[in-house]
Design a protein around this ligand. Structure first.
Ligand code: FAD
Length: 470
């Protein structure tokens, strides 16, 4: 009897334990992708980017294995039950996910399908190490990154599996939905117009990017990764989040580079373990995605006003702090933001503007093409000071000093801020194409003076922190 392979954030053929196991059975296989309740809840940019990922994966799957990707829309459990009935499949297999929305859905699907007598089975593949296999000396989970890194750095996640060849199709294909009918880019006005020039979609492109990074950039990664004007990082986050490349493939490439004597390669492995750490924490403490991880922060006077003048200036890249604004504009145009920028804009929002990190988390969730439920939540709570292993709240990033350290010659700021430049580059002008017209901004407006100055904001934040009494 046939097997339904339910693809989610694992849109690749290689480094894929579930697909490899399914291929080995020799049974007819029915790959499906569902526009279900979890996809429905995605922000505009992640949903748009996911649509591109699905399109690319469907083409590659058919080309390499001969199988089609059956698309269906609706609540996961109901759609899967319907498909089982239609195809008389004996099982539904998938790759595990670890964020609370996915876990809630998958638990229900697993128990209900099992009760129906269907073989519901989940596999590893999204992470290097399953969250429950990484334990502290006393058997708990890690709340601090460095000890977790030490615990896994010498562990072998195993070699990534090769992509399968031709696979056995079912006798009859279920009728699929059409991807276009899902209109996954409907809320992403700037998508096809601006951001499309900055995405790198699909397994083949991701593997190419990893190869180029390891060949040309990994040796200088340690220093270059901190400079937002330099293309010093792998850029693989958008591929990792949709599973267009597997983490073990990245890990293996990093290890090989280390063996070839490229010392900075270990820093790349460390960053991959930050991703693991985020999932480890989200799995063990699901509240990481929705509320202060350290509950004593519930008493902190964060502003929850999403539309205050200050927060609006932050969203629009018009705080008057050049580093903050450059980074916010970079996200508009490219769908991504350099990690240094993410840390600076998050610090500015939660400290200088004293706005709740949840406002920033949601804004990123709407605008990032590499949005990841665990890394985004950890990044925000880390920056705000409310999270595990967070920067202490009193370590307020000074956006002006950060400029001197990480963008001394102004390349990054000039790339993204048009105002004040006689001949702004295309990147800076593209921002005005990307933003909604309703914001009423144009290139001939003067660059704003700071909504909250570097020193003033720092003092206000520290006073509130002191008054909080812990
Ligand atoms: P590289 O430097 O090439 O790193 C390789 C891989 O390691 C990345 O692709 C990513 O998977 C992982 N990684 C690197 N840094 C981190 C980190 N700090 N935390 C977790 N994983 C990491 N990352 C996302 O993938 N999605 C998000 O939604 C996201 N939101 C963030 C929000 C804030 C406020 C902050 C401070 C960080 C956030 N990050 C997020 C982490 C980080 O900024 C990005 O992973 C990184 O910039 C991606 O670029 P890259 O692929 O070139 O990374």
């Amino acid at each position: 009897a046939s097997l339904i392979l339910w693809f989610r954030r694992d849109l690749r053929l290689s480094d894929h334990p579930m697909l490899t196991a399914a291929a080995a059975t020799g049974r007819p296989l029915i790959p499906v992708f569902l526009h279900d309740e979890v996809v429905e809840s995605h922000g505009a940019a992640p949903r748009w980017r996911l649509g591109l990922a699905v399109e690319s994966f469907a083409a590659r799957l058919e080309d390499r294995t001969g199988l089609r990707l059956v698309l269906r829309r609706g609540r996961a459990l109901e759609v899967l039950r319907g498909l089982v009935r239609e195809t008389e499949a004996a099982g539904v297999w998938w790759t595990r996910l670890y964020d609370p929305d996915a876990i809630r859905r998958d638990k229900e699907v697993k128990s209900e399908l099992k009760a129906d007598g269907v073989e519901a089975r989940s596999f590893p593949g999204h992470l290097l190490f399953e969250p429950w296999t990484v334990e502290t000396g006393t058997g708990g989970y890690y709340r601090v990154y460095t000890p977790m890194w030490k615990a896994v750095r010498g562990r072998d996640p195993g070699p990534p599996e090769a992509a399968p060849g031709r696979l056995r199709p079912p006798d009859r294909w279920p009728d699929p939905d059409r991807l276009d009918d899902w209109a996954m880019g409907a809320d992403m006005n700037r998508g096809a117009r601006v951001v499309a020039g900055h995405v790198r979609v699909g397994e083949e492109a991701a593997q190419g990017a990893l190869g180029a990074f390891v060949a040309h950039r990994i040796a200088d990664y340690g220093a270059a990764r901190d400079l937002p004007a330099v293309e010093g990082t792998s850029g693989l986050s958008e591929n990792l989040t949709y599973g267009e490349i597997g983490p073990r493939t990245c890990w293996a490439a990093g290890r090989r580079a280390m063996e070839e004597g490229k010392a900075d390669a270990e820093t790349f492995l460390k960053e991959l373990v930050w991703r693991e750490f985020a999932y480890h924490l989200v799995y063990h403490t699901p509240r990481l995605v929705s509320g202060n991880w350290r509950e004593e922060w519930d008493a902190f006077p964060w502003s929850e006003d999403e539309d205050s003048a200050e927060v609006t200036a932050w969203k629009q890249g018009r705080t008057g702090m050049e580093f903050v604004d450059a980074a916010m504009r970079e996200m508009y145009v490219t769908g991504r933001m350099h990690n240094r920028g993410r840390m600076i804009v998050a610090s500015y929002l939660t400290k200088h503007l004293m706005a709740h990190w949840r406002i920033g988390q949601r804004w990123f969730e709407t605008h990032l093409t590499d949005w990841d439920p665990a890394s985004n939540a950890l990044g925000w709570q880390w920056s705000a000071g409310s999270g595990p292993d967070a920067t202490p709240y009193f370590r307020v990033f000074n956006p002006e000093t950060q400029v001197e350290r990480f963008d001394r010659d102004g390349t990054y700021r000039r790339r993204w801020i048009a105002e004040g430049q006689a001949r702004p580059p295309a990147t800076a002008l593209a921002y005005f194409d990307a933003i909604p017209r309703s914001w009423g901004l144009s290139t001939d407006m003067a660059y704003p003076s700071p909504v909250v100055g570097a020193t003033e904001g720092r003092e206000r934040a520290l006073a509130a922190y002191g008054a909080r009494g812990s």
